[in-house]
Design a protein. Structure first.
Length: 478
C-alpha cells in the first residue's frame, strides 16, 4: 500500500509520449525545489547521483502483479534509510520558476518562439464584412449570420431560426439579403447551406470570370447523386452530352472545395516526436536507440542533499527536504525505467517484425502484446502503456509503435501474415485490376485465395471500407 503511489507515478511516466514527458518534467522542475537541470559539463560529476545503485533499482520494472514484489519493497527500504521514513503527503505546490545566473528562462524562450494564433474563419469573415457597404440592419444581420457559420464554412441554421433569436430584431427578408452578401466573401463557397449550394457558389465565381461552366452547373444542380454512384451512362442519356464532356465536367467539379472554411484558420497536423529510432548497421543488424533528445536532464541539488545528510536544519525543514528529495529520486528513476522498458519492448517487437524493414507493411506478422510481455518479463498492461502514443522512426518512415501489434491469419504455405499485410495485399489487387471491369467483393476474396489468403467476403468488404476503396460499380472507368 505504501509503494502504490510511486508505482502509479512510474506507470504514468511510462505511458507519456516524448513531448508530454517534456511538459511533465518542466512542471516537476517548478514544483520541486530540489530538482535541477543538469548541464553537459556536469555529466561526470553527477553520474553517481543520478545513476541506479549497484542493486540496479532503476532497471527493475515496478509492476504490481501476482509475482513476488519483495524487490520493490527492498528498494523502498533503501530510500527510507537514505532519506527518512516515507510519507504519503501530497506533492509540494508549484514554486516560482528558478533560474540561475546566466541561465536562460526555458519558459520565456518557449513563449517567445510560439507562433501567434491563427485567425479563425469568423474573424476572417468579420474583417471583410466591415468593408461591405449595406444598410445598418443588413450589416447587423450579416454579423449574426457570420457568427453562426461553422468551421467548415457552412450555415446550418435556417433563416427563420436566426430571425427568432436576432438582436437587434431582423426579418427573414433582411437575413436573406445579408446572406447573399456574406456568400460573396472569401473563401469562395462560404455561407452555403448544403453541398450543392457550396459548389454552385464556386462555379458562379468561375462563370463571372468568363469560363463556360454551364454543364458543371447542370451536373451540380441535378446529378450529384448520379455522380456519387458513378452512373455516367444515365447522365449522358439525360443531358445528351458525350461521355467525354461529362467526364471533363466532373473533373472540373472535383477541383472545387466542398469545405471552404477549412482553408482559413489553424488546421495543422499534430507534431510527432519519435521516442524510438531504428536503423541498420553495416551487417544488416537492427539497432534500437531511445535517445533523450531535447528532454531536460535532471539531478538532485547538492545543496539540499548536504542539508539532509548533515541534519543541521530543523525538523520541519528536514521533513520538507526529505519528501522532495524522495519525489525527485523517484521521478529520475521512473524516467530511466521508462527509457529501459520502451527499448526492451521495441527490441522484442522488431525481433519478430524484422522483415518489415526489408519488405514493408505486407511483411508484418501477427504479434499479440501478451507474447512481448512474456519475453520482456512484465505485465501486458505495462507493454500497453509502453507503446501508447509512442512512434518509431524507421528507414521506411515514422510509424506508431502500436501498429506492429496485430492479429493475423496463416497462408496456405503455413506463413503467418498480419491483418495489416492482408489489407496491403488487397489494395495491390485493386490497384492492378481492370478498371473497365473492376472486381466485386467475391472476386476480390477469390484473388486473395490465389495468394494463399482465405478471407471471407464480409471481411473483404470491411477492409475495403477501411482502405476507402469504393464498391466495384463506383470504380468503373468509362
Amino acid at each position: 500500500m505504501r509503494l502504490a503511489p510511486r508505482i502509479i507515478q512510474a506507470m504514468e511516466i511510462l505511458q507519456l509520449p516524448m513531448m508530454a514527458l517534456q511538459e511533465r518534467i518542466e512542471a516537476e522542475l517548478q514544483a520541486n525545489p530540489v530538482l535541477e537541470l543538469r548541464e553537459p559539463s556536469q555529466e561526470e560529476e553527477t553520474a553517481e547521483e543520478t545513476a541506479p545503485r549497484e542493486d540496479e533499482r532503476g532497471e527493475k520494472d515496478m509492476v504490481v502483479s501476482e509475482a513476488d514484489n519483495s524487490g520493490d519493497f527492498e528498494r523502498l527500504a533503501d530510500f527510507e534509510a537514505e532519506f527518512g521514513a516515507e510519507t504519503l503527503e501530497e506533492a509540494p505546490s508549484p514554486a516560482p520558476w528558478r533560474s540561475q545566473e546566466g541561465e536562460r528562462d526555458r519558459k520565456m524562450d518557449a513563449m517567445a518562439n510560439t507562433p501567434a494564433p491563427a485567425v479563425s474563419l469568423g474573424e476572417y469573415l468579420l474583417d471583410q464584412w466591415a468593408f461591405v457597404e449595406a444598410p445598418d440592419e443588413v450589416k447587423s444581420a450579416g454579423r449574426l449570420i457570420i457568427e453562426n457559420i461553422g468551421d467548415d464554412g457552412y450555415l446550418r441554421v435556417s433563416m427563420e431560426d436566426l430571425a427568432v433569436g436576432a438582436d437587434p430584431p431582423a426579418s427573414v427578408e433582411i437575413l436573406r439579403q445579408a446572406l447573399a452578401l456574406v456568400q460573396t466573401l472569401d473563401p469562395q463557397g462560404v455561407g452555403a447551406r448544403d453541398l450543392k449550394e457550396c459548389l454552385a457558389l464556386q462555379l458562379q465565381v468561375e462563370s463571372q470570370a468568363g469560363r463556360d461552366v454551364s454543364l458543371e452547373m447542370e451536373l451540380v444542380g441535378s446529378f450529384l447523386k448520379d455522380i456519387e454512384l458513378n452512373r455516367l451512362p444515365h447522365i449522358v442519356k439525360k443531358t445528351g452530352k458525350s461521355i467525354e464532356a461529362i467526364k471533363t465536367a466532373i473533373d472540373n467539379i472535383s477541383h472545387l472545395n466542398p469545405r471552404p472554411g477549412h482553408l482559413i484558420g489553424q488546421r495543422s497536423a499534430p507534431v510527432i516526436s519519435p521516442d524510438i529510432f531504428l536503423s541498420m548497421d553495416d551487417a544488416g543488424q537492427v539497432r534500437i536507440d531511445v535517445p533523450e533528445g531535447d528532454m531536460p536532464k535532471l539531478r538532485i541539488s547538492r545543496t539540499y542533499r548536504k542539508l539532509v545528510q548533515e541534519r543541521k536544519a530543523d525538523v520541519q525543514t528536514r521533513q520538507f527536504i526529505q519528501k522532495n528529495v524522495r519525489a525527485a529520486q523517484w521521478l529520475i528513476e521512473a524516467i530511466q525505467q521508462r527509457r529501459t522498458t520502451v527499448r526492451r519492448v521495441a527490441e522484442e517487437v522488431f525481433a519478430v517484425q524484422r522483415n518489415f524493414l526489408d519488405l514493408g507493411p505486407q511483411a508484418l506478422k501477427p504479434l499479440p502484446m501478451a507474447d512481448v510481455a512474456k519475453k520482456v518479463g512484465v505485465h501486458v498492461a505495462t507493454v500497453s502503456r509502453a507503446v501508447s502514443g509512442k512512434y518509431v522512426q524507421t528507414p521506411l518512415g515514422i510509424y506508431p509503435l502500436r501498429m506492429f501489434f496485430t492479429g493475423g491469419t496463416t497462408t496456405d504455405q503455413g506463413q503467418d501474415m498480419a491483418w495489416d499485410a492482408v489489407r496491403v495485399k488487397l489494395k495491390e489487387i485493386v490497384d492492378a485490376e481492370d478498371k473497365n471491369n473492376p472486381l466485386n467483393d467475391d472476386q476480390l476474396a477469390a484473388e486473395l485465395v490465389k495468394h494463399g489468403l482465405k478471407v471471407a467476403r464480409r471481411t473483404v468488404a470491411k477492409y475495403r471500407g477501411l482502405l476507402d476503396i469504393s464498391p466495384a460499380r463506383q470504380r468503373i472507368k468509362y
